[in-house]
Design a protein around this ligand. Structure first.
Ligand code: NAD
Length: 375
């Protein structure tokens, strides 16, 4: 049996549960070679939330102070699932104390902060994983193979959306997601950053962008059921066009008030020889079209994901037996644990997170200045 990986979680909200479930399932799916996770401590500024998480998930202890986690000599891996603005300070303190770090996205609020974190991680040889879980999706692995093998020819255009209607109802109260100081931005950070991670993984980095954004619901109740309204500071809807360094054109949009769209991260890559499309609401399917098919047979075909694609085979032995969002988190958690235990390589390191953060800043600057901005 490999050694223990002792986990210190910071944040006890939605993603705390998702990470605990993924981390604890990962060893069952991938085997004990990735290490044995031990839930050591969970911290949240809301002590009640930390205490509830300790009981519900079986952490050994809890705290209301994240410093207890990053300074603990009983923690090997600090897992950060707080609102975006706190990632930088917590990740930096964790690494200065010699801890490996697994951090939710977006990594920080600026590329400078993210680059600084990447540099500390590299100097100290620590695991530094940013949780862009769509990058490890088997469907995305398949599209990456189509692009890298040249089966699509030269990619000419990338179209993408990431739309949800989770915040469509104006009676949903203000949270950190609506505040610039805590979130950095709105739909772009929450959803669009996932799409950027996928686009930059598949197509390389963007060189320039021109964006527009809108706050469609400018006020919301300050708490559930409250009559008093507070100001929404972050965008509900954002769209941009851009150019990749490769020369390919990008057309990307995101909305958290997209009526009827539940989790629509869609991708279309058009190449000189073929096109691939994907929709996260149908995450076990990729549609492909190959121009060199016999003209009589040309048309989009649906490829069901299976063991030939990425890590799908860790879950199911045959295609068509669907995997889920939670399984993507299991793949991610397994990569984190294996990096700690075996030094395995991974794509989504802090340098990758910094490249996404640089794109986010350029898009926000463009929307504000109404100018093209270089990334
Ligand atoms: N990868 C994904 O699919 C995905 C999905 C949702 C959220 N996220 C990311 O996960 C992070 C957390 O989002 P969430 O939806 O879980 O938020 P949430 O609001 O459900 O939970 C955040 C928790 O952090 C706590 N907190 C706030 N400041 C803190 C601090 N300084 N120290 C300790 N605890 C603190 C809050 O009290 C709250 O319990 C965000 O960065 C978000 O972008 C990622």
């Amino acid at each position: 049996m490999r050694g223990e990986v002792r986990i210190g979680m910071v944040g006890a909200g939605w993603m705390c549960g998702a990470h605990v479930s993924a981390i604890t399932n990962a060893a069952g799916v991938y085997g004990e070679g990735i290490g044995t996770p031990v839930l050591e401590v969970v911290a949240d500024t809301n002590e009640q939330a930390a205490e509830t998480a300790q009981r519900k998930f079986g952490f050994a202890t809890h705290s209301s102070d994240w410093k207890r986690v990053v300074e603990s000599d009983r923690v090997d891996l600090v897992d950060i699932v707080t609102p975006n603005a706190y990632h930088y300070e917590i990740a930096k303190a964790a690494m200065v104390n010699g801890k490996n770090v697994y951090c939710e996205k977006p990594l920080t609020l600026t590329a400078e902060e993210s680059n600084e974190l990447a540099e500390i991680a590299s100097k100290r040889d620590l695991v530094n994983y940013v949780a862009y879980n769509n990058v490890v999706n088997p469907a995305v692995a398949y599209i990456k193979e189509l692009v890298d093998s040249g089966k699509l020819g030269t990619p000419v255009r990338f179209d993408g959306t990431y739309d949800q209607d989770m915040l469509l109802d104006p009676s949903i109260p203000i949270t950190w997601r609506h505040k610039k100081a805590e979130a950095g931005c709105g739909a772009l950070g929450d959803l669009g950053s996932h799409l950027l991670s996928v686009s930059q993984y598949l197509m390389g980095d963007l060189s320039e962008v021109a964006a527009v954004s809108r706050i469609a619901i400018p006020e919301r109740p300050v708490a559930a059921g409250a009559a008093t309204l507070g100001t929404v500071e972050t965008e509900d809807v954002l769209a941009f066009v851009g150019r990749f360094i490769s020369g390919a054109i990008a057309q990307i949009s995101t909305s958290r008030i997209a009526t009827g769209r539940k989790n629509a991260l869609t991708v279309e890559i058009q190449g000189t020889l073929g096109t691939a499309t994907f929709d996260l609401e149908r995450l076990n399917e990729v549609n492909v079209y190959f121009h060199d098919d016999d003209p009589a047979d040309r048309g989009f075909r649906t490829v069901l994901m299976g063991p030939e694609h990425g890590d799908f085979g860790m879950f199911q032995p045959a295609s068509g037996i669907n995997i889920s969002y939670n399984d993507m988190k299991v793949i991610e958690a397994a990569k984190v644990l294996s990096a700690v235990t075996n030094g395995s390589e991974y794509v989504c390191d802090f340098a990758f997170g910094a490249r996404v953060d640089a794109t986010i800043r350029a898009i926000l600057r463009s929307a504000e200045s109404k100018q093209w901005v270089a990334v």
